[in-house]
Design a protein around this ligand. Structure first.
Ligand code: S6P
Ligand code: ZN
Length: 191
């Protein structure tokens, strides 16, 4: 194992920015093609302005057993049709747990296991969502402000995006009469 030195990370609780982070990942609407039911609205929005949907601030930790990786995610408010802005979502390659701790804003942690069972965790400042091993996860911003959370997970967990890119999530979150509602995804492909 690499003998790295202890690290001090200063995180802005409102904006989620990690001072002196090593990497920033930016996902725009054009990175979310195929992930929203309303494809036509997504296409139109991308042409109008290819907005940033979320940013991830990462601190570089060696991807090896025993290390703990952490990052913040800033998910911006917005919708594609009736569906809220969300992260791509993924499973971990190794069956490892992860925690999400909400720093500000409001949203949901949407999880799904290999049987297609879906579980929702409502998130606002101070809520910790525990993702057990084997559950795919994605987050959605259902509020008017930025939804900001800290994630921590085994650094050697690995990420599998393909399953969700190809099959989608069994559940989608849509706005109905001004409130978020979990619906079954008409485009979900069961294995
Ligand atoms: C990593 C952890 C988060 C996400 C981030 C963006 O295991 O779950 O840091 O990477 O919220 O989501 P996604 O699905 O694009 O990686
Ligand atoms: Zn994860």
């Amino acid at each position: 194992m690499d003998l790295i030195k202890p690290i001090r990370s200063l995180i802005d609780m409102d904006t989620g920015v990690i001072e002196n982070c090593d990497n920033i990942i930016e996902r725009r609407l054009s990175d979310m093609r195929g992930m929203y039911a309303d494809r036509e609205t997504l296409r139109r929005l991308i042409l109008q302005e290819d907005q940033v949907v979320y940013r991830v601030y990462e601190v570089k930790i060696p991807e090896e057993e025993g290390q703990l990786a952490y990052s913040t995610t800033i998910l911006y408010p917005g919708k594609v049709g009736r569906e809220y802005f969300m992260t791509k979502g993924h499973f971990h390659l190794r069956e490892t747990a992860e925690i999400y701790f909400c720093l500000s804003g409001q949203g949901y942690l949407l999880t799904q296991n290999n049987q297609g069972e879906v579980h929702l965790v409502q998130m606002n400042s101070g809520v910790l969502g525990y993702i057990p091993p084997g559950w795919g996860h994605r987050t959605l911003n259902t509020g008017p402000e930025e939804f900001v959370f800290l994630a921590a997970y085994p650094a050697d967990a690995g990420h599998n995006y393909r399953v969700i890119e190809e099959k989608g999530f069994a559940g989608i979150m849509v706005e109905e009469k001004g409130h978020p509602q979990l619906k079954s995804n008409p485009g979900y492909k069961k294995s």
